[in-house]
Write a protein that binds this ligand. Sequence first.
Ligand code: SF4
Length: 313
Amino acid sequence: MIAFGPVPSRRLGRSLGINNIPPKVCTYACVYCQLGRTIKMRIERRAFYEPQEILKAVRDKVERTRYAGESVDYLTFVSDGEPTLDAHLGLEIELLRPLGIKIATITNASLIWREDVREDLMKADWVSLKVDSTREDVWRRIDRPQGTLQLALILDGMLEFAKTYRGELATETMLVEGLNDSDDHVRQVGDFLARLRPSRAYLAIPTRPPAEEWVRSPSEEAINRAYQILTQRVNQVEYLIGYEGNAFALTGSVEEDLLSITAVHPMREEAVSEFLGRAGADWSTVHELIKQAQLVEMAYEGTKFYMRRPHRR
Ligand code: SF4
C-alpha cells in the first residue's frame, strides 16, 4: 500500500505515511529492523513507482481522511525500505506540495553523501537522519550497511546537509544493548550531534520484534545515562521508547500525566516533588506506579531520576 494511516506519531502528530519503496529494499540490514531481514540490498537510486501514482494514492487518502472529519499534520515518507533509494523522491515532494500539508522524510541517511539525495531532502519540511554510530566497526555491526558504503562520507554528507537545510532537522539513534549503548560510544555520538545541531535528537530502543532475535534493548539505567550524556551536548533530546500517541497531553490525572511526561524525558526527583505538590498529590502515587512496574527510579551522578518503563522486548 502506497499511502497508509493517518497514524498518531509523537514526532509528527497525525502522520499519513507514504511507502515509496517495495518491501525491504534497503541500503542497510539493521539488526533491529522491525521489517525483518533486508530482501534486496542496493545502493543505486531508481524509480519504483510512477510519481503520479504516488500522488494519486496520497491525494485519495487525504480526501478520504478529511471526508471522515479527521486531520492530517504531516505526509511522511516512511517506507518499508530506504526512501532516498527512490530516484523520484524530490519530484514526488513537489507534486504533493499543492495538497497544502507539511512533508516529512525519515531516512537512514546512508545516501546523503550524494548531492542529488541532499537536494531531494532539502525539499521536505522535516527530515530525520539515523545516527546509530559514528564508529565504523560499530556501524557495520548494528546497521550492517551495503559493503561499498563509507561511514565517513555519510557523516560528512549529514554535516553538509545540516549547514544549508532550512526545515526542521531531527536525528534518531537506536540503542541496542552491548552494541552502541556504552557511555563512551554515546559520548562520541553526542559529539557528532553537537556539530550537526538537530532541532531534536531522539533516542530510540527496539520495541517491536527485530530482524535478529538476539537484539535486546539496553537497561533503563543505560537509557537514562545515554539521555544525560546527549543532553550535555544537544539541546532537545527526547525518548522514543515505545509510546506514540500524544505524550504531551495533560489529562488531569496525576498518574497519566507523570507517565506521559516521563515517556519523553526522565524527571529529576525535585521536578517530581514540585509536580506532585502542584497536583495536590504525594509520593505514594509515584511509589504505586513503581510497584505496578510502570515507572522506574534510577540514579545518575548522584541525582535520582524517574522514567516511564519502556516498552521493550
Ligand atoms: S534502515 Fe530502516 S528499513 Fe533499512 S534495515 Fe535499517 S531499520 Fe530496516
